[in-house]
Design a protein around this ligand. Structure first.
Ligand SMILES: Nc1ncnc2c1ncn2[C@@H]1O[C@H](COP(=O)(O)OP(=O)(O)OP(=O)(O)O)[C@@H](O)[C@H]1O
Length: 578
């Protein structure tokens, strides 16, 4: 119920559309029932007038029939138009709403979710919420309004007939949906879970196809996907068979109601308490009125699924971000020196602190390197500086301001990153570059790419800057991707530059030429370089050596020359015993 209220609040901007769509649906249904009832009455009245050889006015009923037919057609068209418009607007705004809540959670709070799971929530769960409007709320409101009107109409003819109609409508509109919902709840929940698991398995399988092929594991992955598909199909089949059963049961209710109505009404006709044409009218009216409750079993089934989807979405939306944005306005950053003072941090569930008592000062425009063995906490320092995570103790200052007082968007505007894992979007080279500066001119892109030493390569491609790079940039080599990252950083032109093992995995020649490009990029910026290789250490002013999250040694490039740093790195895995 809480979820329903929260959703209702989210639907607020679309309530006028919803009201209009619901009114159109009620009008269509009433026009259809009127059409059936009037047609029944008209045919019977014409037949009895013909048999009795008397004249009758057929203009009024014919006009009513034609009018109802027109309203029914126009109403159905209008209802679809309005409800689809409302649905698309609703889905679009729900996706934006969800994405807005997702963004501050990245990356810290999202690491517990698989990307397939998040995708599933953005797509299937939000679609399930749109079901809530078109297939749950509208049919329920339409049924409530029309069943009340039908009851009043029948009562005007005969209270017993009204009672009979209401009993069967309630049976078909409440008892059957309730039964269908209770039966469909467990398979419905499993269906949503299996859909998420299947999507995750398929994404994993496609992304890891090369590894699966190399290790001969494709068959196993295919069997896993097949198993999940079979479970999905089994639950879907059960839900579908229940839907078939309930629709058949509604048909049975309508026909039983019709038989009992005839059983009650024929004596009334015989006793001349009910005109004969009214009997035909009531019979067809009764059959048609069940159209109001026919969508309800499905609506009740979808209600459970929509609420489960809402719960899953709210679980993410309600997650508290790992960092808290400052309450007041951000201070202006006018200097770009960086200070880490007594920084300590642990990832959730980490067995030991990831960083402990880290001190580091990088004056504006100077360069520092953080070196250390794998897992010693180097990238974590960047994650903290970028405010992806928040320090547990100590502080990080930029330009003298504690970064906790700077809102993260402002802070990140001043920082450019080149890392070993540059994400390239499934778009053109140009679009991938424009991520860093959306307003950049073609000349600015070219200049950045020249400095990054990638322009000649791009120019040699048939489509140049409009070449599609493929998903995650598969159509570029590691070195080319890294150069695009350098070009992006140049375009961003931020005063602080973070380099996270930018030459990792490249051959010596590519490493040398990339380092030359990086040297141009580093000019005049405050630079923090992470590496566990000697390359680039001679370009920095100071080196901090980390060992299992603690400072192992420090000094400037002259105090810790390349050879010493390399030797320290070999020592790095040893434990601190203090
Ligand atoms: N997002 C995370 N959640 C939990 N633990 C993490 C996370 N990122 C890193 N760790 C752990 O924190 C420790 C430090 O990781 P970090 O990535 O900072 O090391 P690193 O020195 O940069 O290593 P590498 O040179 O391999 O990149 C490691 O033990 C790692 O397993």
């Amino acid at each position: 119920m809480r979820e329903l209220l929260r959703l209702w609040r989210l639907f607020r901007p679309y309530r006028a559309w919803m009201l209009l769509g619901t009114l159109a649906a009620v009008l269509t249904l009433l026009a259809n029932v009127t059409l059936m009832a009037a047609a029944g009455w008209f045919i019977a009245a014409m037949a009895s007038a013909g048999a009795a050889g008397v004249a009758m006015n057929y203009f009024a009923p014919a006009a009513l029939i034609r009018g109802s037919a027109i309203i029914r057609t126009a109403g159905r068209y209008g209802e679809r138009l309005v409800n689809h418009e409302a649905t698309f607007r609703l889905i679009a705004s729900l996706r934006v709403w969800f994405y807005r809540h997702l963004e501050p959670l990245a990356p810290a709070r999202l690491q517990q979710y698989h990307s397939g799971d998040i995708l599933s929530r953005i797509r299937a769960d939000i679609d399930a919420l749109d079901n809530l409007y078109v297939r749950v709320l509208v049919p329920v409101v339409v049924a409530l309004l029309s069943v009340t009107l039908f009851g009043v109409f029948l009562a005007l003819h005969d209270p017993a007939l009204a009672l009979l109609g209401l009993v069967f409508l309630l049976l078909a509109g409440v008892a059957l949906p309730w039964w269908a919902e209770a039966r469909g709840r467990a398979p419905g929940q499993r269906l949503a879970e299996h859909e998420g698991a299947l999507r995750t398995a398929v994404i994993d399988g496609v992304q890891g196809m090369a590894e699966l092929t190399v290790y001969g594991a494709t068959e196993r992955q295919a069997r896993r996907i097949e198993g999940l598909s079979e479970q999905l199909i089994a639950d879907q089949a059960r839900i579908n068979s229940d839907q078939g059963l309930t629709q058949a049961a509604i048909g049975l209710c309508a026909n039983l109601n019709l038989w009992l109505l005839l059983w009650l009404a024929i004596p009334l006709v015989r006793a001349e308490q009910l005109p004969p044409p009214d009997l035909a009218m009531l019979a067809l009216f009764t059959l048609a009125s069940f159209e109001a409750v026919a969508p309800l079993p499905h609506a009740f089934q979808l209600l459970g699924r929509s609420l489960a989807a809402a719960r899953r979405l709210f679980a993410i939306v309600d997650t508290v971000p790992a960092i808290r944005e400052p309450d007041g306005p951000s201070p202006r950053i006018e200097r770009f020196d960086i200070t880490f003072a007594g920084v300590g941090f642990s990832y959730p569930d980490a067995e030991r602190p990831t960083l402990q008592g880290i001190d580091l000062q990088v004056p504006e425009g100077r360069r520092a390197a953080v070196v250390g063995a794998t897992g010693s906490g180097k990238s974590t320092l960047f994650n903290l500086l970028l405010r992806f995570w928040s320090t547990d103790c100590g502080s990080i200052r930029v330009g003298g301001h504690d970064i906790r007082d700077i809102d993260s968007e402002t802070l990140r505007r001043h920082i450019a990153v080149v890392s070993q894992h540059t994400h390239l979007f499934d778009a053109t080279i140009r679009e991938n570059l424009l991520v860093a500066r959306p307003g950049a001119t073609p000349l600015e892109l070219e200049q950045a790419c020249r400095v990054a030493q990638i322009h000649d390569f791009i120019a040699s491609l048939p489509e140049g800057y409009d070449t599609w790079v493929g998903e995650t940039g598969v159509r570029l080599s590691g070195g080319q991707g890294r150069r695009i990252a350098v070009a992006r950083a140049l375009l961003k032109d931020a005063p602080i530059l973070l380099l996270d093992e930018p030459t990792e995995g490249l051959d010596a020649a590519t490493e040398r030429s990339l380092m030359a490009a990086l040297d141009r990029l580093m000019q005049g910026r405050t630079v923090l370089l992470i590496t566990h290789r000697p390359a680039g250490l001679d370009w920095v002013d100071q080196i901090l050596v980390l060992d299992q999250g603690r400072e192992r040694a420090r000094g400037d490039a002259s105090v810790i020359p390349e050879a010493t740093a390399a030797a320290l790195l070999e020592l790095a895995p040893t434990r601190h015993d203090d």
